[in-house]
Design a protein around this ligand. Structure first.
Ligand SMILES: Cc1ncc(COP(=O)(O)O)c(C=O)c1O
Length: 363
């Protein structure tokens, strides 16, 4: 036994549980467990990365100026100094928690919120506090009811993962106004592109509206760059300056930089991905409901049918696995009777829907 011990709060952390993968399997596996883009990366990103391969002996630009400018241009942000980039948006979640919450502080989120908020709060010695949702949706009163003098950060994924539900922009603005000044409001827009450009602009404008709000975003979902680990955020000036102070130098590699710049400007690819997702999301909701699996409306790139009991959800999950289909069990999110299914290619969607039709016909 070693006598070298981590800090007490580190001993209490629980690791993030990722969606399943069957790397190296001989059979074709339908992977609908991690909300990835079924179209893969933009062809422009692939081309840009090929150019980078010969230059990886050189460190990337430490300020990531070109990438931040490309993001600002694409998203209608005027002040590029307030755009920050990170190794996945998970890193922004960690760095904001590191900067603003520690032992004795509370980090607030809703009962079925994205699990990295809890991982990060515990990892920095802060106390995670959860408030209930209504119909799997975060509500203004419930969230505000969870705020105390010790709350330092409120995390809200909008749309949320794994529920796919959204708090309307008017309520986000009311929440901004109602939060006491010591609370940092983090709007996590990992799936914002699936809602649409008007919504993207609305959450950007919320950041400009008050100095207590940041927006965090990812290249892992609609841009199809999950393996590169690239996220970004739009912050008030002071928070941007703090973030730059604690960000590890060279936290983003040159492939991610090149692919990010190429992807964010590929509006045709983004629009194709968004349209495919919206069409299939509607088909999923209709067909799952018709199978007797109540499925709430989702604003993201996944759906979350209810199998009626944890046992039936587990049996369905097992049945899908036996047929080489991976979806996400969400018992760890307090939703044991549901499974989260990412919207995949047309072929993969047909496969999972047909399998579930067979499953529900007999069990
Ligand atoms: C709501 C939400 N935020 C953040 C992330 C983290 O994404 P990444 O670290 O790949 O940017 C995810 C990933 O699933 C997510 O669902």
């Amino acid at each position: 036994m070693t006598s070298i011990r981590p800090l007490p709060h580190i001993e209490k952390t629980k690791p993030y549980v990722p969606g399943g993968k069957l790397h190296g399997s001989e059979d074709r596996v339908v992977m609908l467990a991690s909300n990835e883009n079924p179209f893969g990366p933009s062809p422009r990103a692939i081309e840009a990365m090929q150019d980078v391969a010969r230059q990886v002996h050189v460190y990337p630009d430490p300020n990531y100026g070109a990438l931040r400018q490309a993001i600002a241009d694409a998203k209608g942000i005027k002040d590029v100094s307030r755009v920050a980039v990170s190794a996945g948006s998970d890193e922004i979640i960690h760095l904001l928690t590191q900067a603003y919450a520690g032992p004795g502080d509370e980090v607030l989120f809703t009962e079925h919120a994205f699990s990295m908020y809890q991982v990060s709060a515990l990892g920095h010695g802060a106390t995670p506090v959860t408030v209930p949702e209504t119909d799997l949706t975060a509500g203004f009163n419930a969230v505000l009811g969870g705020v105390s003098e010790r709350t330092r950060i409120l995390f809200l994924a909008n749309p949320n993962n794994p529920t796919g539900t959204i708090m309307e922009v008017e309520d986000l603005a009311r929440l901004q106004d109602a939060l006491p000044p010591h609370v940092l409001f983090v709007i996590d827009g990992a799936y914002a592109e699936y809602v649409g450009e008007t919504y993207e602009a609305a959450i950007r404008d919320l950041v400009d509206r008050r100095a207590n709000t940041v927006m965090i975003r990812t290249f892992s979902k609609i841009y199809g760059l999950a393996a590169l680990r690239l996220g970004w955020g739009y912050f008030p000036a002071e928070i941007a300056a703090t973030f730059q102070r604690i960000r590890p130098p060279f936290n983003i590699n040159a492939f991610a930089v090149a692919a990010g710049i190429a992807s964010i400007g590929d509006t045709e690819f983004i629009e194709t991905s968004r349209r495919h997702n919206a069409e299939w999301r509607a088909i999923y909701v209709d067909r799952l409901n018709a199978m007797g699996l109540p499925t709430p409306k989702s604003m993201a790139n996944f759906v979350i049918p209810d199998f009626g009991s944890p046992e039936r959800a587990a049996a369905a999950n097992e049945y899908l696995k036996q047929n080489n289909v991976l979806v996400r069990a969400v018992g760890g999110y307090g939703l044991p009777s549901r499974l989260r299914i990412s919207i995949g290619s047309a072929e993969d969607n047909e496969t999972v829907l047909s399998l579930l039709e067979s499953f529900t016909a007999s069990r």
